[in-house]
Design a protein around this ligand. Structure first.
Ligand code: C2E
Ligand code: CA
Length: 228
């Protein structure tokens, strides 16, 4: 597992992280996650893989010295959301980390279409009732964007880095990005900018009231580096 810090503009500190799976071959070469995650989805292996990574995360976080409510974001694939064991899997994970001060955030990745929206919405409501938060990931580029905002009760909206890349100047407009930020505020969702790499992008988002920032200003890193 690698962990990428999330910066919180209000507290001016790191108040969360996203867990990102890595696969390094014995030769030292790495396989890109978008390749092996898509393959796992296609082969019907994403549910066991996610259970495995929840175990890895549970081991890693036992000794994290973080403030109460520090977020651990976990990507959940559409197939897992539709799987009858979703609620049990996530509650088992919550139980394993119950002695830590962590807050679990489920990131709904949009690589594949979420079917049975109402069934998924009920499961997510159950998990939110248990104290978990729900984020919509890669907002604006995936299969389920505006429709998901109506179907699911959400806490966070993560703006896809493609829209952040479109920022050209501080005073100019970035129409689609600006519309997404306004929409998030109207829906009273917390909003996170993904893929923030430059000071200009940071200042632009700051000016428009985006609270959370994630990007290569702090790259995903292994557990030891993250703890340090
Ligand atoms: P994602 O959920 O959108 O994750 C964020 C991706 O953006 C990560 O790529 C991260 O390294 C990258 N990123 C972060 N900051 C920047 C930046 O400033 N610039 C650019 N260009 N990229 C940045 P990564 O780790 O290669 O993961 C790719 C995708 O693979 C993830 O996209 C996620 O959809 C999937 N993935 C990774 N780990 C898991 C996992 O454990 N479970 C599932 N289901 N999917 C995962
Ligand atoms: Ca994500």
């Amino acid at each position: 597992m690698h962990y990428q810090p999330v910066y919180n503009k209000l507290t001016q500190s790191c108040t969360g992280t996203e867990a990102l799976l890595r696969w390094t071959l014995p030769s030292g070469d790495a396989i890109r996650p978008d390749i092996f995650i898509s393959a796992a989805e296609a082969e019907g292996m994403i549910v066991p893989l996610t259970r495995h990574l929840l175990d890895l995360i549970a081991d890693d976080v036992q000794h994290w010295l973080v403030a109460p409510g520090f977020h651990i974001g976990v990507n959940v694939a559409a197939e897992h959301l539709q799987h009858p064991a979703l609620v049990d899997d996530m509650l088992a994970f919550a139980d394993k980390i119950k002695h830590t001060p962590l807050q679990i955030t489920l990131e709904l990745t949009e690589r594949s279409l979420i079917k049975d929206g109402e069934d998924v919405a009920r499961k997510l409501d159950r998990l939110r009732a248990e104290g978990m938060k729900v984020a919509i990931d890669n907002f604006g580029t995936g299969h389920c964007s505006l429709s998901c905002l109506q179907t699911f009760s959400l806490d966070y909206l993560k703006i896809d880095h493609g829209f952040i890349n479109a920022i050209e100047s501080l005073s100019g407009e970035t129409p689609v990005l600006d519309a997404i930020i306004t929409l998030s505020h109207k829906l009273q969702l917390e909003v996170l900018g993904e893929g923030v790499e430059t000071a200009l992008q940071y200042r632009y988002l700051h000016q428009r009231g985006v609270t959370f920032i994630q990007g290569y200003y702090a790259r995903p890193m292994d557990n030891r580096a993250f703890v340090a």
